[in-house]
Design a protein around this ligand. Structure first.
Ligand code: 26Y
Length: 824
């Protein structure tokens, strides 16, 4: 058995091949000669999994003994994408596995392509969690993620007649080799019922929650191997299952149907990921998910803590819990409940432990994304938790009143309870009050939240509680894995691959900017990546695009604030301009391929109309002989992590054009620039810091600033600001029926009507056109463009998620790395 071999033997070519064949013939029960790509993938995955498990066991065993302070990252979303390529690269086994697979008669790329994405997330927040897990493992931090194991990930998107249609993503159709089911770890989670109040022998009031029903949380572990280390961390995902006792009650009452119905309800909790990004729906099932997940995770964390026989007051010295947005905020309430009701601590002692344990990351300032739960619904599901929230609020407001007496307005604004009909629980306020640190995700955003949504809280708590942690991305997946040729060129040029763990080493590329030979290699790799994307576009959209055109890309969730609408309106403007040209004028037009991709929340009507408009424009433009290769427009359906891995390395320019002050950070901007793609963008989110790092000559900035937005909106509403004339021309073309029936777009166009253009498309349109002209002009000089491209990559060191995670570890979690000793 390979497990008993030394690591060196276990990882030699022959042993690996034997382990692959072993899994084909035994685990998969197939004949070795009767193997297709998919079963080859399964066998390679199982063989990889064996090696992951041995690292996981080694790491977790050593950590149990050392018992250091750990961080727990609570996130409702982990957008991991595919695992095989990443696991092999991180463990340093890609080369030997490729060789072994090829010798068995398979193409490694095809085998890798057979894997389905783990798409347990919507967008930025979920992918950030995945990047942070990679960095935590790579830097040897003792860290676990906690999330939910949804049966259905984010829906699959297909385009039918230009419209988005949604299909279920049943990703577990075949066994998932990247998880370890822990069927023995089964935790009961209660819901509903009532609170029993009694006096104990000292006359102290005790509260005891008697839930009406309960479900079981079953653990599934996903190993996360670090790069260039033996360390292997864990993401524990919970699955809901019916509780036997409760089934039996109904069953014994002779109500078989009800017992089956109860079981179905229990399983429903982890059935589906909510497909909303930056918009709150307020569904009861979502609240159930949040409690189910936070209660199971805390139970698990407390059980681990209890093993070391310490005092409860040591809890914050052993445990740091990071809340990924407000979604896990119930963990604050649950910990307070367990400490007070079950562990019998005093309220104040418990609250001190709670607030020293939690820290909270805010990812948005959009009002529609702020989580609020209706008090009556909440009370029905979690009666004891509601009491605790009201108590937390009471004690908090008493302290506010003491510090700022006689300010009713202030108390109203800061209250955790919003006085509406019905009352609402403001989860962001609860998260701030229950945490010792609150952070935004880019410098501008962290500043903005201090001035807007948390302004009163800054006055009350002081500045120190509110910090910035600029987001980052993992260079292992987003450069090394997605762009292997550029990665190889960088390693060859720098003379080593230290940059993969220390991204600021990329600065060494700056010296090569003036080297024409190097630029040629650099540009050749970009072109190969564009060819690869052109093939994907041909397959998915049936459109032929030239890799010699300028590739202009906007891929991200479809949202009004991200202004895909503005992008397509500009494309129409460009189309009209080309149509009006003489042949001689056309000769100097820079050919462009405009690529869109991204999903709209199924209930987001305006966002779905934007998708329809993009597809209608594409249909007209792509078949217009007057335009030919000068302009192509494509919407790549079903954008996800593995598609991003093809798209990101292939861009010349990408669009990050949110209305200033609305995009908290953005992370795809970092991915594109790291791969030598230039960006066009507004002064928003992390664009500002990217500009600072790469220099203003290497980025195309346009549009109003965040602190001008308020005035512009006001002017539009109350003064007669005319629509931008170029934009007016574009709108008229749509209204004349150039792109399908204009009636379809009326609701979309209404969002622009003067006084209503909330995202300031008209105000920014002229400067957007100008910035696009600068892009064309700059691209004409291919040598200069290549220099810009190299400078981009060379100066992206700051945006490694390693840097971000180190800042969290040092300044918020107070945890230290602990390296796993290789005993192999
Ligand atoms: C309340 C609810 C339904 C909800 C669900 C998902 C609210 C928000 C979200 C997701 C938010 C999100 O993805 N935000 C993004 O986080 C990224 C990582 O910090 C940022 O880069 C990006 O600017 C921000 O929009």
């Amino acid at each position: 058995l390979w497990e008993q071999l030394s690591k060196k033997e276990a990882n030699d070519l022959h042993t690996i091949q034997k382990s692959i064949v072993h899994h084909v013939t035994t685990t998969l029960a197939r004949a070795a000669y009767n193997m297709d790509n998919f079963s080859a993938y399964q066998a390679v995955a199982l063989s990889t999994r064996d090696r992951l498990i041995s690292r996981w066991n080694e790491t977790q065993g050593q950590l149990s003994k050392a018992d250091p302070k750990r961080v727990y990252y609570l996130s409702l979303e982990f957008l991991l994408g595919r695992s095989m390529d990443n696991a092999l690269l991180n463990m340093g086994l890609k080369g030997v596995y490729s060789q072994g697979v090829e010798q068995l008669g398979f193409n490694m790329e095809d085998v890798i392509e057979s894997e389905v994405d783990a798409a347990l997330g919507n967008g930025g927040l979920g992918r950030l969690a995945a990047c942070y897990m990679d960095s935590l493992a790579t830097l040897d931090y003792p860290a676990w993620g906690y999330g939910l194991r949804y049966n259905y990930g984010i829906f699959q998107q297909r385009i039918v007649d230009g419209y988005q249609t949604e299909y279920p993503d049943y990703w577990l159709n075949f066994d998932n080799p990247w998880e370890l089911p822990r069927l023995d770890i089964s935790i009961p989670i209660g819901f509903g019922g009532h609170v029993q109040t009694t006096q104990d022998e000292y006359g102290v009031t005790r509260h005891n929650w008697i839930p009406a029903n309960s479900v079981q949380a079953i653990a599934y572990d996903v190993p996360i191997p670090g790069y260039g280390t033996e360390n292997c961390n864990n993401i524990r995902l919970w699955r809901s299952k019916p509780t036997r006792v409760f089934d039996l009650t109904s069953f014994n009452e002779g109500n078989y149907e009800k017992s089956v119905e109860d079981a179905t309800q229990a399983e429903k909790i982890t059935s589906v990921l909510y497909p909303n990004d930056n918009t709150m729906a307020g569904k009861e099932l979502r609240l159930k998910q949040q409690y189910f997940w936070t209660a199971a995770s805390l139970y698990d964390i407390m059980r681990r803590f209890k093993k070391s026989m310490r005092e409860w007051s040591d809890f914050p010295d052993q445990v740091a819990i990071q809340l990924n947005d407000t979604h896990p905020t119930l963990a604050i309430v649950e910990l307070q409940r367990l400490l007070v009701d079950e562990e019998m601590l005093s309220w104040d002692d418990a609250w001190d432990i709670v607030t020293r344990t939690f820290a909270f990351t805010n990812h948005t300032v959009l009002p529609e994304a702020m989580e609020k739960w209706s008090v009556p619904m909440f009370e029905y599901l979690l009666p004891r938790h509601l009491q605790i929230i009201f108590d937390i609020n009471l004690f908090f407001l008493q302290k506010v009143e003491k510090k700022f007496p006689n300010d009713r307005g202030l108390l109203n604004r800061m209250s955790i309870i919003e006085e509406a009909q019905p009352q609402q629980i403001r989860m962001a306020h609860l998260a701030v009050v229950g945490s010792h640190k609150v952070n935004g995700v880019a410098a501008l955003h962290s500043d903005l939240i201090k001035k807007t949504i948390f302004h009163d809280f800054v006055d009350y708590y002081g500045e120190e509680k509110f910090v910035n942690k600029t987001n980052g991305i993992t260079p292992r997946r987003w450069l090394h894995q997605a762009n292997p040729q550029l990665s190889a060129l960088i390693t060859e040029t720098l003379g080593n691959d230290r940059w993969l763990k220390e991204l600021s080493q990329l600065r060494g590329l700056d010296k090569k900017v003036e080297n024409a030979e190097f630029r040629k290699k650099w540009t050749a790799i970009k072109r190969l990546n564009k060819v690869r994307l052109a093939e994907l576009i041909k397959t998915r959209c049936d459109v032929e695009v030239s890799p010699d055109a300028l590739f202009d890309i906007q891929v991200k969730r479809i949202h009004e604030y991200k202004r895909q609408f503005m992008n397509i309106l500009y494309v129409i403007h460009r189309y009209r301009t080309i149509k009006s040209m003489t042949a001689a004028q056309k000769a100097s037009v820079q050919p462009r391929v405009v690529v869109f991709g991204g999903k709209a929340a199924p209930g987001y009507y305006i966002a779905k109309l934007v998708i329809k408009l993009i597809n209608s424009v594409a249909a007209v433009v792509n078949q217009d002989p007057a335009v030919g290769d000068l302009l192509k427009v494509v919407f790549v359906p079903d954008y996800n992590v593995s598609v991003a891995e093809i798209i990101v390395p292939a861009s010349d320019i990408s669009q990050h054009i949110s209305t200033a002050g609305t995009e908290a950070s953005g992370t795809s901007n970092m991915k594109f620039v790291l791969n030598g793609g230039l960006i066009i963008g507004t002064m928003d989110g992390a664009n500002i810091e990217i500009l600072e790092e790469i220099g203003e000559d290497n980025i195309f900035i346009f549009g109003c600033l965040a602190d001008e937005v308020e005035d512009l909106r006001h002017a539009q509403r109350y003064r007669n600001v005319p629509m931008d004339p170029a934009l007016q021309g574009v709108i008229s073309a749509i209204e004349r029926g150039t792109f399908d029936d204009p009636k379809i777009y009326q609701p979309l166009i209404s969002t622009l009507t003067v006084g209503k253009d909330f995202y300031l498309i008209s105000a920014d349109f002229a400067s957007y056109i100008a910035a696009n002209q600068q892009v064309d002009a700059a691209y004409k000089d291919q040598e200069e463009w290549a220099k810009k491209s190299i400078r981009c990559t060379a100066n992206m060191g700051k945006f490694s998620s390693d840097r971000a995670v180190k800042e969290y570890a040092d300044q918020i979690w107070n945890i230290k790395p602990i390296s796993v000793v290789d005993e192999g």
